[in-house]
Design a protein around this ligand. Structure first.
Ligand code: UGA
Length: 446
């Protein structure tokens, strides 16, 4: 199969970034969605969400005729050789994952496979708990196609590690490629494709079985979450020791190459559509399906959710009772360089402040329109960081956007009613802020 045509079921963040990445290297890519409006947007070169660099590359690939979006999944599969499944696996109320989109995709791909004569490879990219590809995707594909997996079509589990905000970079320069395979031919077909796509930049590849590949994805995100909760625990210990500073502790341990300095930024904890969902799902799956009590991961979740209360306590420490106080929230997105607010810590902070009777005004360089559809008239929205600070009694910084790093103590003092800052991402030098301007600036972990 040289220069295979590719279909991608699902046009969310992973599906679209991956598709655009493949198309930009000359592959013929057909993405598919059930949403005609979304398909029309993509076909006109407009990404349905914000991701740095995506719009430009999408426009180029659409213009060059390398990428299109269809609403007919069968058409997508029948006209291609490889099909990546990149549909969402949202959280269920008790932490498990909802497989309805995976099941629907399996059903549609299976039907198309039944009508196809040539060999086809199906690749699971969605994050699913171990054994889902084997026990849900594979039997559905076999049933709907009336073909045996591993003989008439192949199946791989190929988790993704794209970070929002650097998704295109991660598509072109991943640390590794993980290939879980039902049989050797499936794994070899996918590895060959990646060797061609990455050429001399091919990262290390690990070939394994489906369940191990699925678990690698959960273990990866759970480890990252563990690092964050670990440093937040140390930050909370630092808070009790006047002289201790968590940033220097992180620097000190980060120089140990066995630990490394990444993901040791203490603060409000992790949010987003992946880390919270994946750790919760692994905890829930271990308890319910595997009858194993994951003590460490449960503690990781606990430490993370407590950080919000700690920030609120610090805000109270600087301005007293929060009722009736005007609180400025700098940052709404779950992290910089994205407009994504899914599971953003800002949401939990704002809800808490509203329940305390505070008046909330918020600013974010790109996420304000998402916040509007979430909070509507319940909060006020500012057009700039300075406007957000105007008249506020306390500021809680929740996202470490570059433009916030440029703010100086005088910006807080000159604009706020009562200059007080809870630096939830530890981007300022609090000593300097306190010394220079003499106002209450405090970070989690000071
Ligand atoms: C995460 C993983 O990093 C990706 O490898 C993975 O592919 C992706 O989930 C996924 O499963 O799809 P992402 O959700 O984009 O990527 O965000 P991260 O960069 O991991 O940040 C997650 C959260 O942790 C953010 O809220 C961030 O503010 C927080 N964080 C990160 C900290 O609180 N401290 C840190 O030191 C680092």
């Amino acid at each position: 199969m040289s220069n295979p045509a590719i279909s991608i079921i699902g046009t969310g963040f992973v599906g679209l970034c991956t598709g655009v990445g493949f198309a930009s290297k000359g592959y013929q890519v057909t993405t598919s969605t059930h949403d005609p409006e979304k398909a029309a947007l993509i076909n006109s070169g407009v990404p349905p969400f914000y991701e740095p660099g995506l719009e430009k590359l999408l426009q180029k690939t659409v213009r060059d005729g390398r990428l299109k979006c269809v609403v007919d999944q069968e058409e997508a599969v029948l006209s291609t050789d490889l099909t990546f499944v990149a549909v969402g696996t949202p959280s269920l109320p008790h932490g498990g994952i909802d497989l309805k989109y995976v099941e629907r995709a399996a059903h549609e791909i299976g039907e198309a496979l039944g009508r196809k004569d040539s060999y086809h490879l199906v690749i699971m990219k969605s994050t699913v708990v171990p054994e889902t590809t084997e026990k849900v995707l594979k039997p559905t594909l076999e049933r709907e196609s009336q073909k045996q997996c591993g003989i008439r079509f192949g199946l791989c589990m190929n988790p993704e590690f794209l970070r929002e905000g650097s998704a295109l970079h991660d598509t072109f320069y991943p640390d590794r490629v993980i290939i879980g395979e039902v049989d050797k031919e499936s794994g070899e077909t996918l590895e060959r494709f990646y060797r061609d796509f990455y050429a001399e930049k091919m990262p290390p590849a690990i070939r394994t079985n489906l369940a191990t590949a699925e678990l690698i994805k959960y273990a990866n995100n759970s480890f990252l979450a563990t690092k964050i909760s670990f440093i937040n625990e140390i930050a909370n210990i630092c808070n009790k020791i006047p002289e201790a500073d968590v940033k220097t502790v992180a620097e000190g341990i980060g120089l140990d190459r066995r630990i490394n300095k990444r993901f040791l930024n203490a603060g409000l904890g992790y949010g987003g559509s992946c880390l919270p969902k994946d750790v919760d799902a692994l905890v829930s799956h271990s308890k319910k399906c595997l009858r194993y009590e994951p003590q460490l991961l449960s503690a990781v979740v606990g430490v993370n959710s407590n950080q919000i209360d700690r920030a609120i306590q610090l805000a109270r420490k600087t301005v007293g009772d929060l009722k009736g106080k005007r609180i400025a929230i700098l940052g709404l997105a779950f992290k910089p360089e994205t407009d994504d607010m899914r599971e953003a810590v800002s949401i939990r902070i704002i809800k808490k402040l509203l329940s305390e009777g505070s008046e909330v005004v918020a600013y974010d360089p790109v996420a304000v329109s998402n916040a509007r559809s979430l909070f509507k008239e319940a909060i006020q929205y500012a057009d700039s960081a300075i406007e957000c600070l105007k008249g506020a009694d306390c500021c809680i910084l929740t996202t470490e956007w570059e433009e916030f790093k440029k703010l100086k103590p005088k910006d807080f003092v000159q604009n706020m009613n009562n200059p007080a800052l809870v630096d939830g991402r530890r981007i300022y030098n609090h000593e300097e802020f306190r010394k220079e301007m003499g106002f209450a600036a405090i970070g989690l972990g000071d």
